[in-house]
Design a protein around this ligand. Sequence first.
Ligand code: ZN
Length: 392
Amino acid sequence: MPRATADRTSAPPRPSGTPTTKSLPQHARTHNRSLVLQTLFRRGSMSRADLARESGLTRPTVSGIVQELTADGIVVDLGLREDARVGKPATLVGVRADAFHILALDLSSAERFVGAVVDLRGTVVRRTTVDIDGASGEAAVALAERLVDELAASTRQPLLGVGVGTPGIVDHDGVVRTAVHLGWYDLPLAARLSAHAGVPVHVGNDANLAALAVHTYDDARRDDGRRDEPRSLMVVTIENGVGVGLVLGGALVEGDQFSAGEIGHVTVDEDGDVCACGRRGCLEVSLAAPGLHARLLDHDAGSRGAVLHEAGRALGIVLAPVVSVLALDEVVLSGPRDLLDGALLRAAAETVRARTLSAVSTGLTMRYAGDDRDLAALGAASLVLSAELGIS
Ligand SMILES: [Zn+2]
């Protein structure tokens, strides 16, 4: 398998805005390189002069870094700018989207592991899946390895690394501390897959990565002039369990013990059914996809809307105080479309509106993740971009 030039092993993912502790010359150089790449990634192609202005670096520094990045094949000369102002026309430089490919794995679905080959711009160039079929523990690790092998065999570009979004609690070393439904406890998933594939592997919680994806790729594509404003958004993933990824003021919030956003076991019905955690009436009991699908089957077509409405209302009750405290701009629901995109989403939004001040709900957009079923995979890819190239 071709190896990327950046060959650090599983470096911890850094939420944007993390302060660096020292500023040695080599750190400054790495920082400047990231800054140049980040500017090109977010703002698109531009001349070296504009790049210096946008990044706040000097012209000679920018030229040196662009030369280095061009030699690495990450940045490419795009020729002369057509609408040149007075004077000598400037040469544009931009990120070469297929300089590297990233393998991205989304392990969040209850039925299948989804894998994708993603380019540096976040375009999915190939997608493949393997059915889980009840596999857990080592058998589930073997499935993830098989998915990596299939994806790696399908691209000839050099690999920047592998990114993995998994349900459960994941630490910065890529150790899955707990993923109940996959039977993983203290599993060093990043180290295992990295030894298997021979490239750096970065692992994160699926909901966190989905939030990172909305932040990274939506932002880079955002064209309303507000892309530099820090956003506060929450992605709620509804699959086997209920997960939350949180980006506040542009930075991913993971919390102590990496367990921020555990809303699945907040009680919504004291007389409700017993939950996997041993208590009664958790949000997860009302909302997790397998249970909800089973309840829909028990109802006729006329009353299914009411089942979905009730689940959405439970979600809204839990979300209302969170949205109020954090002043979120956006809540995105990710999971099976047949469950989420309709009565459930409407009931959740109505409930949040009814239970918060209008000043809170007016600034809030609640939506379904849409056709972007690659959200966690794209987040996994942006984890690799951030760790390997410093683009966040
Ligand atoms: Zn519970």
